[in-house]
Ligand binder design. Structure first.
Ligand SMILES: [Zn+2]
Ligand SMILES: [Zn+2]
Length: 278
């Protein structure tokens, strides 16, 4: 909750708050990517396999390409239906809130379900989220591709159906839905960036101001999630929805509902077996 202030420096200015063993095991994550064009785009350096880097590069390119296609459709729709321009601000606000919700869903899912050794998804999506709890500063050393590749990959779940199935230029509603889809994907892209800024010791002045005004994820708000057992404050774009979702015990109830159909937290998620069912 916004009132639950934890000293922000605890997760952004200090060295990783882990024991020596874990710290040593994760120290490679602070190493810079090897220099050079080829290494930047296709080599993961010492940190992670090049095949993951390759997927990230493809995801960033696909994100830019499909976003552009969607933007062209939206422009054509707006020319045909200029009335939709009155809805740009409310649609942008709704998309920003929806992106915050999606960030919470993805974060909760990665923190809670599957195992770090699940093929592809484990090392690519699950492990980074769980390691982030013990090594919160590693994220501040990631470059653009590493920081945003996964979000660009996930954004395709919105962008591709949006482009292929929404009649964007044909109807007013289609144009509005297309705009909502595109702006939500922008919010998703902002998520990792805002999360990284929340862990920076000295973010740029303008970013510090946006954090202070709670227009992007604020460090003291996000610091609450970094207190074990990391079971609240999952939303990491703005964190606006966290007080609401945590008060409603939304994720707890979702875990309980999933438990009824036999889906339980991963054994290495650090969640007691019966916890999601009580
Ligand atoms: Zn987490
Ligand atoms: Zn964090």
């Amino acid at each position: 909750m916004r009132g639950d202030h934890i000293e922000a420096g605890a997760v952004r200015a200090a060295e990783p708050t882990v024991d020596g063993k874990a710290s040593a095991a994760l120290s490679d994550d602070h190493a810079p990517i090897k220099a050079g064009f080829w290494e930047y785009f296709f080599g993961g350096g010492k940190r992670y396999p090049s095949r993951y880097r390759f997927v990230e590069v493809l995801s960033v390119v696909a994100y830019a390409w499909v976003s552009w296609l969607l933007a062209v459709e939206i422009y054509s729709g707006a020319v045909r239906h200029p009335m939709v321009l009155w809805l740009v601000i409310p649609v942008a606000l709704a998309a920003y809130v929806w992106a915050d919700f999606l960030s919470g869903m993805v974060h909760w899912c990665a923190d809670t379900y599957m195992a770090a050794d699940t093929p592809f998804f484990g090392p690519k999506f699950v492990k980074p989220f769980r390691e982030h709890h013990s090594d919160p500063l590693a994220i501040t050393h990631h470059d653009f591709i590493e920081a945003n590749g996964d979000n660009c990959f996930m954004s395709q779940c919105l962008l591709l159906p949006g482009y292929f199935f929404i009649p964007i230029r044909e109807t007013e509603l289609g144009t509005v839905l297309g705009l909502f889809t595109l702006l939500t994907s922008f919010g998703m892209l902002l998520t990792s960036i805002a999360h990284g800024w929340a862990h920076m010791a000295k973010p740029p002045a303008i970013i510090g101001r946006l954090q202070k005004w709670n227009l992007i994820l604020a460090p003291d708000h996000h610091a609450v999630h970094h207190v074990a057992p990391h079971r609240t404050h999952y939303c990491i774009t703005t964190g606006w929805l966290n007080p609401l979702l945590d008060r409603a015990r939304f994720f707890h109830r979702l875990e309980k509902a999933l438990g009824w159909i036999g889906i339980h937290p991963g054994v290495d998620a650090g969640i007691a077996e019966g916890r999601a069912r009580d």
